[in-house]
Ligand binder design. Structure first.
Ligand code: TXA
Ligand code: MG
Length: 353
């Protein structure tokens, strides 16, 4: 079953959204229906987090399998008490340092929070977004809002309202359009329910940042191995353009030579090739390839901000294959690597010098 509705789009100021637009969105949420809204990471597809039927509509709209849990958004830290139990002190320390912001904490779920939000797990993932529109909506609705990224399952997350409509027109009641999101990659997901705090998904808050508050934080072992991972929603195929993505790792010049050769081979077979590429590399890649420049290699924030839009742009051009190279694994590089690896469905071309 898929959720069908008439979609309304309302433009709002990203800093000071109009009160009537926010009230209209809040009323839709209270009514158990769906609102797509901007956060600082990506657009979310929101529903009342305390209403199991509304949560079910999210899964139906996204065509998302029921085993992939959804994040709950809040606007004041004391909503912990409403949604989670046995909240450890580190959760408050992390919240104090990183909220509002791109960090999601996995805690033990309070019994009255619908189980379908967590795909039946005993836990619940909670985040306080920083975007003024998200904050205004949370406050007006006076509800915790369940929201996965506002894209169809397996597609790249939506970073503009146009991308939300590309995937969800006719399947979401209202879209609040506040322009492109700033960060562009999803939040870091940190599981605090085990003995060791584990990063389940790298994102806007880096490992080094987390370790300043909680030195014992580790990357999920499954993540490091690059396998399909702990929570079912972390299966590899995700964040995918329609085109096949080929991800390369290895010394820069050798990788660029391989990418050029691969391009020529595909073109010789009548295929169109695209590349997700840093500005510096674009100058060196000598091949008939459609380039989506992401920004300077030294500016991972800009690269993160543009990545998903660039994947969608290459799909829009109808390329058959997309070539990419890793951006290191430090800081935001870890999150970029994760998204590229999933887009490539785990396939890496390891290039020797
Ligand atoms: O930045 C973000 O996190 C965006 C914005 C809208 O807030 N949301 C987002 O949601 O990316 P989604 O549903 O696309 O990704 C949620 C991630 C998935 O990897 C899911 O497996 C994990 O969080 N997750 C959610 N609840 C969980 C839980 N109870 N235990 C473990 N992982 C969970
Ligand atoms: Mg998602």
């Amino acid at each position: 079953m898929i959720y069908q509705t008439q979609t309304i789009l309302i433009r709002v100021d990203p800093q000071v959204p109009a009160g009537d637009a926010i009230q209209q969105a809040a009323a839709i949420l209270r009514d158990g229906r769906l609102v797509a809204f901007p956060t600082e990471t990506v657009y979310g597809l929101g529903a009342n987090a305390l209403d199991a039927a509304a949560i079910a509509r999210i899964f139906q709209a996204k065509q998302r399998p029921a085993n992939d849990p959804v994040i709950v958004h809040i606007h004041v830290t004391n909503q912990f008490a409403e949604l989670a139990r046995d909240v450890p002190p580190v959760a408050y320390q992390l919240a104090k340092r990183f909220w509002p912001g791109p960090l999601t904490l996995v805690l033990r779920r309070a019994t009255h929070v619908p189980a379908n939000i967590a795909a039946g797990l005993e836990t619940v993932a909670i985040r306080m977004p920083a975007h003024p529109v998200a904050r205004a909506l949370l406050k007006a609705a006076n509800l915790p809002i369940a929201a996965p990224s506002a894209n169809t399952f397996t597609r790249p997350s939506a970073t503009t309202a146009a991308h939300v409509l590309e995937d969800l027109d006719g399947h979401v009641d209202l879209v609040l359009d506040a322009g492109p999101t700033t960060i562009g990659l999803e939040s870091t997901v940190l599981d605090l329910t085990g003995e060791t705090p584990l990063v389940l998904r790298p994102g806007g808050v880096t490992l080094a940042g987390l370790r300043e508050i909680v030195p014992s934080v580790q990357m999920s072992p499954r993540y490091i191995e690059g396998e399909a991972a702990t929570s079912p929603g972390q299966m590899l195929k995700h964040y995918s353009p329609l085109a096949r993505v080929i991800l390369h790792s290895g010394p820069r010049e050798a990788v660029l030579r391989v990418m050029a050769q691969t391009t020529r081979d595909y073109v010789a077979n009548g295929k169109q090739v695209g590349a997700l590429i840093a500005d510096e590399d674009a100058l060196l890649l000598d091949a008939p390839v459609i380039m989506e420049r992401l920004g300077s290699q030294s500016d991972l924030e800009t690269i993160s901000h543009r990545l998903f839009a660039a994947m969608r742009a290459l799909d829009g051009q109808g390329v058959d294959v997309i070539l990419a190279r890793d951006f290191g694994r430090e800081g935001l590089g870890a999150a970029l690597w994760d998204r590229l690896l999933r887009a490539a469905e785990g396939e890496i071309v390891q290039v020797e010098a």
